[in-house]
Design a protein around this ligand. Structure first.
Ligand code: PMP
Length: 420
């Protein structure tokens, strides 16, 4: 990166040492002023990678958005340091040919790191695609069934419902269970499910981002030749997953692993090659698998960012360690809600509460606007629940530091003390 650009008025203070940019400012604390008491919580990066960068986090907020969402601070800083001139190539990753050796090394490393993180076997293809998870709602039936084929959808929230509705255009899907009448608060027992013995696949949304319902284990299709398909957009890489239980996993990147614009598909190779005739070339998984996700120009910069996140997750000790951190963060937030004597309430059944998206309501719903305003003053943003459910929602993906959740919990207790 050129020294001049770093010396711009708002640029971080950097010193270049042996190719590594070292931040000179100390890790800061974010003071949090409320009328009842003052508290101060450290907002240092969650990752181990503190040797190369130190935080400038006084400039950043705690972003509880559901996606696009907060990214690991050290990943952003690394991307910043490589933005202008990637590894001495004389150009930014944004300017590189997707067919050149530099970008190839980036996409190959991203794939290899993701394979080690999730322990993805060789008989699965990993695809970096565009069009978001919404495009996969169509691509999945187009690739896995003929127009008349039966498939099952287990609907535990509005994303699963959207996937089902899209599939109706391309095959014969049936909702075998829906939590809609109960406002999506649970996952059913798998024993009583009326699974179709001929269904080509069983589709689930592993974590419903809006309602905060997360599968903790997975149903098995009744058809021995059928496969389980999961939309993992909002809990991808948040915990270890046994990929071999699935025929296909898809996930938009913009929650846990990168910016929007990249959608990752992990698909068992034997399922490829049977796409419906009318399938657009861009939705045919085999075309992308045969071309290592380089059939056309892929979302290069997004893939690079995902690669940096994968590298960071590996440095943190892999997904077992990441899951422990996520359990701890979610634990303190759900406890605060449950111990609030009804001031805050999370409607989701305890056994399937999401580690990623924590929806909650205020008993005095008229205080919602003030809650959001006060939180924002304390640099905690995007806590508003989805427009279809109201209330609040704290999305606490991998990159949300423990300090962010601690600060939110302290704020919630303080807000309650003021308004109970
Ligand atoms: N599935 C889930 C679980 C989601 O959370 C979202 C986005 N919030 C989508 C699908 C749609 O993703 P995209 O906007 O990338 O198409």
């Amino acid at each position: 990166m050129a020294a001049t650009s770093l010396n711009a008025p708002n640029a971080p203070l950097l010193q270049k040492t042996h190719q590594t940019h070292v931040f000179l400012k100390p890790i800061s604390t974010i003071p949090c002023q409320t009328s009842a008491k003052r508290f101060s919580i450290s907002c240092s990066p969650t990752t181990q990678d503190r040797l190369s960068v130190q935080s400038q986090s006084q400039d950043r907020v705690f972003n509880f958005a559901a996606g696009p969402a907060t990214l690991p601070e050290n990943v952003l800083l690394k991307a910043q340091s490589e933005l202008y001139n990637w590894h001495g190539s004389g150009m930014s990753v944004m300017e590189m040919s997707h067919r050149g050796k530099d970008f190839r090394s980036i996409i190959e490393k991203a794939e290899a790191d993701l394979r080690s993180l999730l322990n993805i076997p060789e008989n699965y293809a990993v695809l970096f695609l565009q069009g978001g998870a919404t495009t996969q709602f169509a691509a999945v039936p187009l690739n896995l069934c003929a127009p008349g084929d039966s498939v099952d959808y287990l609907v535990t929230g509005s994303w699963g419902d959207k996937a089902f509705k899209e599939a109706k255009k391309y095959c014969n899907p049936k909702v075998i269970w829906s939590g809609k009448s109960e406002n999506y608060v649970r996952v059913p027992s798998f024993d009583g499910l009326e699974l179709n013995p001929n269904a080509k696949y069983l589709h689930i949304c592993a974590n419903e981002t809006i309602y905060g319902v997360e599968f903790k284990d997975y149903p098995v299709p009744r058809n021995p030749n059928g496969v389980l398909v999961a939309d993992m957009s909002s809990n991808f890489c948040s915990k270890p997953v046994d990929v071999t239980k699935f025929g296909l996993i898809y996930a938009g990147a913009q929650k846990n692993v990168g910016p929007s614009g990249v959608c990752i598909v992990i698909v068992r190779k034997d399922l490829l090659g049977n796409a419906q005739e009318s399938t657009p070339v861009m939705l045919d998984y085999k075309i992308h698998a045969d071309n290592n996700s380089l059939y056309n120009t892929p979302p290069c910069y997004g893939i690079y960012m995902c690669g940096l996140v994968f590298e960071d997750l590996l440095k943190q000790g892999g997904l077992e360690e990441v899951e422990k951190k996520n359990q701890k963060k979610a634990g303190i937030l759900y406890n605060a809600i449950d111990e609030s004597k009804g001031f805050y309430r999370c409607p989701v059944e305890k056994s399937v509460r999401s580690l990623m998206n924590v929806p909650f309501t205020l008993e005095k719903s008229e205080l919602g606007a003030e809650f959001l305003k006060e939180a924002e003053k304390e640099k905690m943003v995007q806590l508003k629940g989805h427009r279809s459910v109201g209330g609040m929602r704290a999305s606490i993906y991998n990159a949300m530091p423990l300090a962010g959740v601690e600060k939110l919990v302290a704020f919630m207790k303080d807000f309650q003390a003021k308004h109970a």
